[in-house]
Design a protein around this ligand. Sequence first.
Ligand SMILES: *Cc1c(COP(=O)(O)O)cnc(C)c1O
Length: 370
Amino acid sequence: MSETTPPSAAELLHLRGRTLRKGEPLALPLTLSSMYHLPGDPAGFPGYGRAENPTWEAVEEALAHLEAAETLLFPSGMAAIAAPFFTFLNAGDRVLLPSDGYYTTRLLADRFLSKLGVSFDQRPTARFDEGGFDGYRLVFIESPSNPGLDLCDIAAIAGAVRAAGGISVVDNTTMTPFGQRPLDLGADIVVASDTKAPGGHSDILMGHVSGRDAGQIAALRDWRKISGTIPGPFEAWLLHRSLETLELRFERMCRTAGLIAARLADHPAATRVRYPGLPTDPAHNLARRQMAASGFLIGLTLGSAEEAERFIAACPYLRPATSFGGVHSSAERRDRWGDAVAPGFVRLAIGCEPAEALWAAIDGALRDQP
Ligand SMILES: *Cc1c(COP(=O)(O)O)cnc(C)c1O
């Protein structure tokens, strides 16, 4: 399917074990310390908790393995997204953003970049390459876009952005490194919210930035240390634990989503279904080329806002909640936040329930409509 090589999930489980010395704990210790024992010459030793923490470093090693790139951990997806903006942009620069991607990214540009003299344009993800990339210092890509699940050609766009002298940044939250590898496709930087599937249990916020240019990563590390946008060690420790089962959960979630999307596409209650894995999806051919899986998000459009709300309320195995990627399936009518989607559009985030039990609950709730 995809043209890139997936990360080794087996290797991930043995990263720590390989470097252990006799008597050390197999599980990752949680280090809570702002200060380090540091007499004399400080060079080459951890000095202060805003710059270094061994628990973050273990999580970064795991994520670096998954991304095959140097990785920095941030306290949320938005902190990860803000990092390349504040690190690489100067007054007078122009940025290109998806008009249909994660809303808060546009809000960050509108509220905080523009007053520093950085201007931005927006384009819909499905037509992101129309108009070229000349004059953009940074081009921000989100594919599949959240919540509409449109795609754009990451390799073609990253290549065109580089030729035009800009930096490409891809938000890979909806796919994780197991589903899509933007750096292998030629992007400069990957950002992601690990609050979603990587955390997977709806109990932490976290994010990361990965890249293969040592100079860019050093600059991003300085941004993190100086701005103080650092993750909490306990949340980092929880993410480390979650990453050990990411491949297992993601595989189950995607497989179930594929099954449910196909059945929804044939369901009389569904007006429209978007899922990149459906052969009828407008983005299907591109998805096959650049994604290793089809994801666990489904865009389900029902007849009206009322029908959508009734469906979500009636289904016992859908948590009515914003955000996604947890072990429990969840659903949300995105128009309630003002996203540019139909009033009856529901973002279904498939979790780890056994597929047939989940389908029976979804089908039952759809049939319940008066
Ligand atoms: C959730 C999300 C974010 C923001 O992540 P937080 O961890 O909530 O800060 C960014 N991009 C996408 C695509 C998301 O879904």
